[in-house]
Design a protein around this ligand. Structure first.
Ligand code: FO1
Length: 331
């Protein structure tokens, strides 16, 4: 059987969960993930890449299951020492997590690109899937709010995404290049999945890079987006609040509309089944299923359904997922 290659677009926790499900569904070597780097920032001189680390730790099986980010069982001894100095940061770095930031910063200071650093760190964590930063150039999501323009982490962590958002800028994206092989992977992928990440904060920074949107429009692969909104609420984080503030109804229909010019399929949560027709009328296939992923098996089950859904959206069948007893692929 031809090795399928799945290309996922992901941001933080929601994206990482589905990426893990895809890895279980089709095998790690068949999955590449383009990850948002608009959340990246410098703290204590360290290059912090939260979405990359969330995907890397999740695929390495060491992510903190409660938060989705950081490392399971990590301690905060460093935080206690900062407190003694009266310099407690609003952005907490776990003691083990610090090793990632220190090594990444050292390698980048020696001239390595973010893609090269990510490949090295992921390989040492035995992650077989390819984690691709969306760009090796700096792109910073800036959130214009009633408290002024806030760098992403100040909006998201320091102010706990409570400020009212007036607009978003992806600083640097006009000059930034997609990282090497991203455009080719969009062209050659068998299936492209837009993970249930925040469309505005996690996926749009990737789409804002020149060449990406066109590559998606010209891609031969079926492109499937998974809803991050269920019954008008975000599964996690500010997506619904942000949509309201941007004057968009917080509904799966609006998420489908957001991607409508390049997606062929949309995964709608069963709680919003009544929205199926509206989304189909935008000219895309709709899979209605339970999109909540509480554990690894549910992530794999959802990914399997997406694999099957993708086959329905393309002429040739590529074969089922590894977990399907019935259609063992390739035998
Ligand atoms: N989120 C928080 O709400 N508080 C934190 O102190 C925090 C620390 C942190 C450290 C490393 C890391 O990779 C992520 C961290 N996050 C924290 C989450 C982060 O803000 C989000 O994962 C993304 O930027 C949005 O998806």
């Amino acid at each position: 059987m031809k090795a399928m290659n799945f290309l996922a677009f992901a941001g933080g926790v929601g994206g990482a969960k589905l990426a893990e499900g895809l890895v279980r569904a089709v095998g790690p070597e068949q999955v590449a993930i383009i990850v948002n780097t608009g959340d990246d920032f410098t703290l204590y001189g360290l290059h912090i890449s939260p979405d990359i680390d969330t995907v890397m730790y999740t695929l390495a099986g060491i992510a903190n299951p409660e938060t989705g980010w950081g490392i399971a069982g990590d301690a905060l001894e460093n935080y206690g020492m900062f407190e003694r100095y009266g310099a407690a940061p609003w952005f907490r770095l776990g003691d083990r997590d610090l090793a990632t930031h220190l090594l990444r910063t050292e390698m980048m200071n020696e001239g390595a690109t973010l893609s090269e650093v990510t490949r090295k760190l992921a390989r040492r964590l035995k992650v077989a899937s390819l984690i691709l930063p969306m760009s090796d150039d700096p792109v910073h999501t800036l959130v214009d709010t009633d408290k002024g323009a806030l760098p992403f982490q100040e909006y998201f962590v320091k102010h706990r995404w409570q400020p009212v958002v007036r607009g978003l800028m992806y600083e640097g994206s006009a000059e930034a290049e997609p990282s090497p092989s991203v455009l080719r992977r969009i062209e050659t992928a068998d299936t492209i999945v837009i993970c249930p990440s925040n469309p505005y904060l996690s996926i749009d920074p990737i789409l804002s890079l020149h060449g990406i949107h066109d590559a998606l429009l010209n891609a031969s692969a079926p492109i499937i987006a998974v809803t991050p909104i269920i019954a008008g609420e975000a599964v996690k984080g500010p997506a619904a609040k942000l949509m309201k503030e941007l004057g968009v109804e917080p509904s799966a229909v609006e998420v489908a509309r957001h991607y409508a010019d390049f997606i062929n399929g949309f995964v709608l949560d069963v709680r919003d089944a009544e929205l199926r027709q509206k989304i189909e009328s935008m000219g895309m296939g709709v899979l209605v299923t339970d999109t909540l992923m509480h554990n690894s098996d549910e992530r794999a089950r959802l990914a399997c359904e997406i694999v099957t859904f993708a086959d329905q959206l393309r002429p040739e069948k590529l074969g089922g997922c590894l977990l399907d007893k019935t259609e063992a692929p390739g035998v």
